[in-house]
Design a protein around this ligand. Structure first.
Ligand code: SF4
Length: 455
């Protein structure tokens, strides 16, 4: 199931994909579902309702919205600062926010997953990284099996920092690579040589991390099929455990810095799809399983095994083989999935700090997930993780969507079976379009796990 032959997509189909729009674009627009304001009391009640079920498990997401400089393509919730005292104050507020949430939870829920992202989590100095981890351990029950992961900027990584992270318990690490071509790097304002990436990778291996992941981006200015192929070949030579390959979408609404990228230097929609197709061909040929929409994992990696066995899941943190009941987000702009709500914190850092210092849980938006939403979520997860939509999930409330999806059989994108729709090998390239048949919910669903993906 995971290694779909990419050759099944013809040039005509690639053109058709391009015609349908930027399927892999990472839109940072506020999704339509984020219309509801949510006040702290409602969120407190949602947390308190979990307290009755101590066996329910948690994932924690912690957002660190600081970077030493801004990459021109960046659509993340981050701020450029060199003010260590401000970051210390932010950590004070993280401590307070966690204390407020833990007070409502009142229980000893096991944390099965902890993920630090941003921004640049490894922009924190050693004392701050240690302090942040100690805060989390003090407020929540981190158990020996908790999966601790962190996203890192290779330009901020040192052997000493890797040793520290490993000693603190982090076992999975993701490095933002994006593209190795110097011309592309100049166009996106992010210079990092292949030698640097090799050194950092070797250090991380030597340190003993269980899984090392690289993030790549296609659709960047000055990128050509040949240059991206060279990047892919160099990455395959290193053999990281996981590789994500996201599509760049110019979203100037996220910050004027993106205007510095000349829109005329961007690949066309057809070229974008050809770039992604190169990634699929190269990585699957090198022994990586294609995971979900845009991730790849060595066949021996637990993600690939989980997909093969039908156990792959997605939550706010991304693809995972670990199933938890709730995801709690901490920090400015963090997103969570708690009880019957999906929630987002205040994005502005100072407002977020002020609300926490005022003793409030600093949520701002939320959405009460209806039964229909829950079905949509299950449907999207099945389509992305298992490449199928069982009829029983759609039955009753998603009949229209099921029927619209069935109509893609004429394009060869789905195969209609008596009890399910299966996404075909070609249809996999259209997966984003197929999922968007679930409307605004898909917008929210993809935003919740794409909020920190371009370190
Ligand atoms: S892409 Fe990553 S490192 Fe660059 S500015 Fe954005 S969050 Fe910071």
């Amino acid at each position: 199931m995971s290694n779909v032959a990419p050759t099944e997509v013809s040039p005509q189909q690639l053109a058709r994909i391009a015609e349908l729009g930027p399927l892999y674009a990472q839109s940072a627009n506020a999704p339509a579902i984020w219309v509801d304001r949510l006040d702290s009391t409602e969120y407190e009640n949602a947390l308190r309702s979990i307290a009755q079920y101590p066996d329910e498990t948690l994932s924690l997401y912690v957002h660190i919205p600081f970077c030493p400089g801004r990459c021109l393509y960046c659509a993340c919730n981050t701020t450029v600062t060199h003010d260590t005292a401000w970051i210390d104050r932010y950590l004070d507020a993280i401590d307070q926010e966690m204390a407020l949430a833990a007070e409502q939870l009142r229980g000893d829920h096991d944390v099965l997953q902890l993920h630090l992202a941003g921004g640049t989590p490894n922009y924190l100095n050693d004392a701050q990284l240690t302090r942040l981890t100690e805060i989390i351990e003090r407020r929540f029950r981190i158990i020996p099996d908790t999966d601790l992961s962190i996203e890192c900027d290779p330009r901020r990584t040192s052997a000493g920092q890797l040793d520290l992270l490993h000693a603190l318990g982090y076992r999975r690490i993701t490095f933002g690579v994006q593209d190795l071509d110097p011309q592309v790097q100049r166009a996106i304002g992010r210079l990092q040589s292949i030698d640097l990436i090799r050194d950092v990778y070797a250090m991380a291996r030597e340190t003993g991390f269980d899984a090392i992941a690289f993030d790549l981006i296609y659709g960047l200015p000055e990128q050509s099929e040949a240059s991206f192929q060279a990047t892919l070949d160099a990455i395959v030579d290193l053999a990281p455990d996981r590789i994500a390959c996201f599509g760049y979408a110019r979203t100037t609404a996220q910050g004027t810095h993106q205007f510095a990228i000349d829109a005329h230097r961007l690949p066309s929609a057809t070229e974008r799809q050809a770039l992604f197709h190169r990634a699929v061909s190269t990585l699957t040929a090198a022994g990586y399983a294609w995971i979900g929409l845009d991730a790849f994992a060595l066949d021996t990696d637990e993600l690939a095994i989980a997909q093969e066995e039908g156990r792959l899941r997605r939550n706010c943190i991304g693809y995972t083989s670990i199933e938890t009941d709730h995801t709690l987000g901490f920090g400015s702009g963090a997103v969570g999935d708690v009880g019957e709500f999906c929630v987002q914190n205040e994005v502005d850092i100072n407002t977020w700090i002020a609300r926490v210092e005022n003793g409030e849980l600093p949520v701002t938006h939320g959405h009460r997930v209806s039964d229909r939403d829950r079905r949509r979520r299950d449907a999207i997860e099945h389509m992305i993780c298992n490449l199928e939509l069982p009829a029983e999930i759609a039955a009753g409330c998603l009949d229209d969507e099921y029927s619209r999806l069935s109509s893609y059989a004429a394009d060869g994108l789905v195969h209609v079976e008596p009890d399910r729709l299966r996404i075909t090998a070609s249809g996999r390239y259209f997966l984003r379009t197929l999922c968007s048949e679930h409307g605004a919910y898909f917008e929210w669903d993809r935003s919740r796990w794409h909020f920190s993906r371009s370190l």
